[in-house]
Write a protein that binds this ligand. Structure first.
Ligand SMILES: [Zn+2]
Length: 225
């Protein structure tokens, strides 16, 4: 029975690597599928993993209709046994609903991958809809680590070296513009996310280069706005 499965996790937890692995396993069994992604760090129409593997993929624009995409492939004489959907946090709620319909009415297996929450710790709309509709949600527990060594569970946005908690929900990292500054992302444990203590701030706060401020007392919670 086909299922809609959502693999979620922080950045750097191996989602795209697993997406590529699942595609490989399916192909090895003689099955055929379509791969989708959106705003991958490697550029348009590429699904890439931090380990250096990549494959071509269909770029998901806001006007893409998953139902139509599958119908088009079938009409052209192709086979569609499964869909791999990476960066699904960026999909619209309508697109996630289309994925559920593809599973239910066409019997196509859909495996989606995404970050659940943004840098403000709020759910992305696409991820929220996936959590609401998926047959199964799997939380990837690949050990992405905070600078302090705890398991990293939260994504931080860092602009010009400083962690921020306000701004647009979607800004692709490693990009620079005169207006926005250099935007990067860093995974942190919840304690250090709430204290806005990214690795650079931790270094700056350390009395000597060898002594990071592991004691939480060294980094108090910022005042509530
Ligand atoms: Zn930490």
């Amino acid at each position: 029975m086909a299922e809609l499965v959502f693999f979620s996790g922080t950045m750097d937890c191996g989602k795209s690597t697993l997406a590529l692995q699942i595609d490989h396993n399916q192909r090895a069994r003689g099955r055929e599928g379509l791969i989708f992604t959106k705003l991958d760090r490697a550029g348009e129409s590429v699904l890439s993993s931090r380990l250096g593997l990549e494959t071509t993929a269909v770029e998901v624009g806001d006007d893409l209709d998953f139902w139509d995409a599958v119908v088009e492939q079938l009409t052209a004489g192709g086979r569609v046994d499964y869909l791999i959907c990476d960066e699904a946090q960026f999909y619209t709620t309508r697109q996630v609903e289309q994925l559920a319909r593809v599973v239910d009415e066409m019997g196509v297996e859909v495996t989606a991958f995404g970050i659940t929450a943004d840098f403000r710790t709020e759910l992305f709309p696409g991820s929220r809809r996936l959590i609401e509709l998926a047959d199964r949600v799997e939380v990837l527990q690949v050990e992405a680590l905070c600078w302090c060594g705890r398991r990293a569970t939260h994504n931080a946005r860092v602009v010009d070296g400083v962690m921020v908690v306000e701004g647009e929900q979607v800004v692709v990292g490693d990009t620079a513009s005169a207006r926005a500054g250099v935007v990067e992302y860093e995974v942190l444990c919840r304690r250090h996310h709430m204290r806005r203590m990214n690795s650079r701030a931790a270094l700056a706060a350390s009395p000597t280069p060898d002594t990071l401020p592991f004691d939480l007392d060294a980094c108090p919670l910022p005042p509530r706005p």
